[in-house]
Design a protein around this ligand. Structure first.
Ligand code: NAP
Length: 460
């Protein structure tokens, strides 16, 4: 796949970038390794000063950076600006809190004394997707720079201008050379790079196939790996849900980022008692969405990230219909240029139908009616994925009991699954392993070193 900006609003190629040669990549890995030998000796204050500078620059350049997101992957401009704010928040948050998360822990062993000290492990490789080009990078990079690690970042090939802009932010903030390095290489070369002895850990956010490829290399070369992969999140509507608010959140949960969030609400499961009311209102709202140019502030749904993504989604819908699914709304590409898909709702989904099992990465909702709460839980857990889930009920205690029975990394009550700087993010099952953000995320690529002090006469 070539590295280029193709505007998904028009499918026209805007700019192409050269793939880096093996020699150029080798030189960059070496610089990152050298940078590590210095960066690991810096104080938390020095690291925090740099991250605050990056955050400040992001806020100053918000509109310019947001426009690049919209140009390259079609996110609505207002949402792109929101992503820059969120990314800057993450840089500021880890600048302010990392030292507390990483502080030494005193243990009380039976004999002598002991401490756990958190130290950096070295050069890390991040492989990131296009769907949140700044946020995905921020949540991996900010905590790890505070740890004292250095970063090689291979971004998705369809967002090269975002990738270059992030590196430029570090340069402008006067980061030491080699601390943060953008690599213009395709996916396969990222997997091959894991073998490099100078790279000590790798984190991938993306598809199962890419995750498996990276994990295989990491396994072969005994490297720590974190994987944030796909999801098929449920949005459960119980009979005691506040229907007006629930329907509003259902639209946001499915359509935010033009339907392309790993934690988008993808499977809407309503209990019988309120299913008709929910689907009527949900369908009415989706059918009125204004689809079009993501730069236009009046637009409510933009294109998918690429023509290939739109072709794949349409194929998933067609296969599902051939296998017995019903189309309650939409179901087709838009009759215009660009990677557009109509807001779509599918129903009558059963095991064996593509949409029952596969992640639908776009504006296509799957609708299910179940008898009761237990049937909703069983259906929620009948998935290979385990990323997020949301439950809508006026009874929070009931919601918490259901949350305990759902097999995902995150469960949100009365809100679609979402993210913020101070909450952990990650999944289970085929959605990956490890966490990003919070105290859990910052300790993924850390040597939790035990230092034991013994009296010379302590027993063996
Ligand atoms: P993707 O094709 O897997 O791409 C993600 C990244 O992996 C890109 O940088 C890509 O590079 C690279 N890549 C592709 N093949 C590779 C390989 N064999 N070895 C190493 N790297 C490889 O995924 P996507 O289509 O961009 O993103 C959508 C998927 O990501 C969805 O499944 C979504 O749910 C998931 N996602 C998960 C999270 C989470 O936190 N759990 C967040 C966002 C997205 P190229 O662009 O050069 O191919």
């Amino acid at each position: 796949m070539s590295i280029q900006t193709v505007n998904p609003n028009t499918n026209k190629t805007v700019k192409s970038f050269e793939e880096m040669t093996e020699k150029a990549v080798d030189a960059k890995v070496e610089k990152s390794q050298i940078a590590f030998t210095h960066w690991k000796e810096t104080s938390y204050q020095q690291r925090a000063d740099l991250l605050h500078k990056v955050a400040r620059l992001m806020r100053i350049k918000k509109l310019e950076l947001a426009k690049t997101i919209t140009l390259e992957m079609g996110k609505l401009l207002a949402q792109a600006e929101g992503e820059i704010d969120l990314s800057a928040d993450i840089f500021d948050y880890y600048a302010d809190h990392a030292e507390a998360f990483l502080g030494s822990k005193i243990l009380n062993p039976e004999h002598g004394s002991a401490i756990i000290k958190n130290s950096p492990i070295g050069v890390l490789l991040g492989v990131m997707p296009w769907n949140f080009p700044y946020y995905q990078v921020a949540r991996f990079v900010a905590p790890n720079i505070m740890v004292g690690n250095t970063i090689l970042l291979k971004h998705a090939s369809i967002v090269p201008q975002c990738a270059a802009a992030i590196e430029a932010l570090f340069e402008e903030a006067k980061a030491p050379e080699g601390l943060y390095t953008n690599l213009f290489i395709p996916g396969k070369r990222a997997s091959a790079l894991v073998a490099d002895k100078r790279i000590k850990g790798v984190s991938l956010t993306g598809s199962e196939a890419a995750g498996a490829s990276i994990a295989m290399e990491a396994g072969k070369h005994l490297k720590k790996v974190v994987l944030e992969l796909g999801g098929n999140d449920v949005f459960i509507i119980l009979e005691d849900a506040n229907m007006e608010k629930t329907v509003e959140w259902a639209v946001v949960g499915r359509m935010n980022n033009n339907g392309q969030c790993c934690v988008a609400s993808k499977r809407f499961i309503a209990v019988e008692a309120i299913a008709d009311e929910f689907i009527k209102k949900f369908k009415a709202k989706l059918s009125k969405m204004k689809v079009g140019d993501p730069m236009d502030p009046a637009t409510e749904l933009g294109p998918l990230s690429s023509e290939a993504a739109a072709v794949h989604l349409e194929d998933q819908v067609k296969r599902s219909v051939n296998q017995g699914a019903k189309v309650l709304l939409g179901g087709k590409r838009l009759n215009r240029d660009g990677a557009f898909m109509e807001p779509t709702i599918l129903s009558d989904l059963k095991p064996g139908i593509a949409a029952y099992h596969e992640e639908l990465f776009g504006p296509v909702a799957s609708f299910y009616v179940v008898k009761d709460e237990q049937a909703a839980i069983d259906l929620a857990n009948d998935s290979d994925f385990g990323l997020g889930a949301s439950i809508f009920t006026e009874d929070v205690e009931r919601g918490k009991k259901i949350a305990d029975q759902i097999d995902t990394g995150m469960v949100f009550i009365n809100h679609p699954t979402w993210t913020q700087a101070d909450l952990p993010f990650g999944g289970t099952k085929r959605s990956g392993f490890g966490r990003e953000l919070s105290e859990l995320g910052i300790k993924e690529f850390v040597n939790k070193k035990l230092i034991r002090i013994s009296g010379l006469n302590d027993p063996f």
